[in-house]
Design a protein around this ligand. Structure first.
Ligand SMILES: Cc1cc2nc3c(=O)[nH]c(=O)nc-3n(C[C@H](O)[C@H](O)[C@H](O)COP(=O)(O)O)c2cc1C
Length: 408
């Protein structure tokens, strides 16, 4: 799928530039062509000769080179690529990109391009944490540039923290996934045709008595958007939803349930499925013995409500002996240590991917229209920029399609 794809790789000035040599090898092994632009800073760390030998192409360094400009102008460098990748992305080049500068060949190409741009930051932890760097990153992400990493770890400068460039294979995977997603993203593409998807959405309600219940603030917006996105890519989609104030998405078969027990039963009835996405906020507990008549205020004080654990739908689907969906995706709504808890949850439940989000009231995630996702999978964690729930759904659906198409 990635054959004949072309990457324009911009190498800027950081110690991690040595890892970029490995990145070029891995891309070339996969049949992806690589052409390099080297900044003046970058040239202090790797030589044009190394880049040229590995990429099997000329390396471009100068904006005002008469020969280069006549043979391969800066506009053509961008035009002849499918994707621009800045790796390593130094603090300096990111600042210049955010500011719209075009004072060398790399930044001129980056300003002149209409192609997607990925960047893999690499720097000392304090440079990374600096408000200026963080503001530049936010600007770049708000313009749709795709960030890979950085990772935390020991640094060449002897310090520890966030700022290490992602490993070459992580960048390769991000590039391959990008190509797979854009390959599928053509108008009318239905890469999930013939696949069955199961999605849960919304809250559950656990009866206290016939008129009262325990529940949570889930609006169902994210789960419903995922069901619609999967159906849009051609999957035969079942949506099992708790009570929400949303219309049923078009082209999706919808089952309305109230409690966690009902939701589990409906999920099991919807199997087999190729993929299950558990986006519902299922109540962890229910009332051990819900009253069959309305509880009365009888002057003896409030009733003592005993709770008992609900079935764990994500775990049950992930660990189903016979009918485990090929890909099981869960959500982790957390209010603290979001990524840590999600990594632990993925292992405990046995699911394949977790989309973790911060649902602290100040984030406005519950009921709001946007979400900040940390995508936890077997090989690590990807921090997605703030996106609308619709965009999260589309990105996840494309990712599922890429996975099922064997691109990951
Ligand atoms: C030994 C050494 C290592 C450096 N490592 C980094 C680095 O990892 N990340 C970074 O952003 N800047 C690093 N710098 C600073 C950049 O090289 C400097 O800001 C340069 O102007 C960046 O050029 P560029 O815009 O072409 O990337 C380093 C400088 C030195 C001398």
């Amino acid at each position: 799928m990635t054959a004949e794809k072309r990457v324009l790789l911009i190498v800027s000035g950081g110690i991690a530039a040595y890892k970029t040599l490995e990145l070029i090898r891995r891309l070339r092994e996969r049949g992806i062509s690589v052409r390099c632009v080297l900044t003046a800073g970058g040239a202090q760390f790797v030589t044009p000769l190394s880049l040229s030998a590995l990429s099997e192409d000329k390396v471009y360094t100068e904006i005002f080179s008469l020969t280069d400009e006549s043979e391969m102008g800066h506009i053509r460098l961008s035009r002849e690529a499918d994707l621009l990748v800045v790796a390593p992305a130094s603090a300096d080049i990111m600042a210049r990109m955010a500011g719209g500068l075009a004072n060398d060949l790399a930044t001129t190409v980056l300003l002149a391009t209409d192609k997607p741009v990925m960047f893999a930051p690499a720097m000392n932890v304090r440079m990374w944490e600096h408000a200026a760097t963080q503001a530049n990153i936010a600007t770049l992400e708000s313009r749709g540039l795709i960030r890979i990493g950085p990772d935390a770890g020991n640094m060449a400068c002897g310090e520890y923290g966030l700022g290490r460039m992602s490993e070459p294979m992580t960048i390769v995977e991000a590039i391959e996934t990008h190509f797979a997603e854009t390959h599928f993203a053509g108008p009318g593409a239905r890469p999930l045709a013939g696949r069955r998807a199961l999605v849960t959405s919304g809250p559950t309600r656990e009866a206290i008595d016939p008129v009262r219940y325990l529940s949570n603030h889930s609006s169902g917006k994210q789960g419903h958007a995922i069901a619609a996105a999967l159906a849009g890519l051609g999957a035969e989609t079942s949506l099992i939803t708790g009570p929400v104030a949303l219309p049923d998405p078009a082209g999706v078969s919808v089952v309305h349930v109230e409690s966690a027990a009902d939701m589990l039963a409906a999920c099991q009835a919807a199997l087999p499925a190729d993929v299950a996405v558990c986006a519902a906020a299922v109540s962890d507990w229910r009332i051990a013995a819900a009253a069959s008549e309305k509880l009365k205020k009888d002057g003896d004080g409030p009733p003592a409500l005993e709770l008992t654990e609900n079935p764990d739908i994500l775990r049950t689907l992930s660990q189903a002996e016979n009918r485990r969906p090929g890909l099981v995706v869960g959500f982790a709504a957390e209010t603290e240590k979001v990524v840590e808890h999600a990594i632990e949850k993925r292992q405990r439940k046995g699911c394949d991917w977790i989309l973790a989000n911060d649902v602290s009231p100040e984030t406005g995630t519950f009921g709001g229209d946007s979400n900040v996702i940390h995508f936890v999978h077997g090989d690590g964690v990807e921090d997605w920029p703030r996106m609308t729930k619709q965009e999260v759904a589309e990105r996840l659906a494309q990712r599922i399609a890429a996975h099922m198409g064997g691109a990951e």
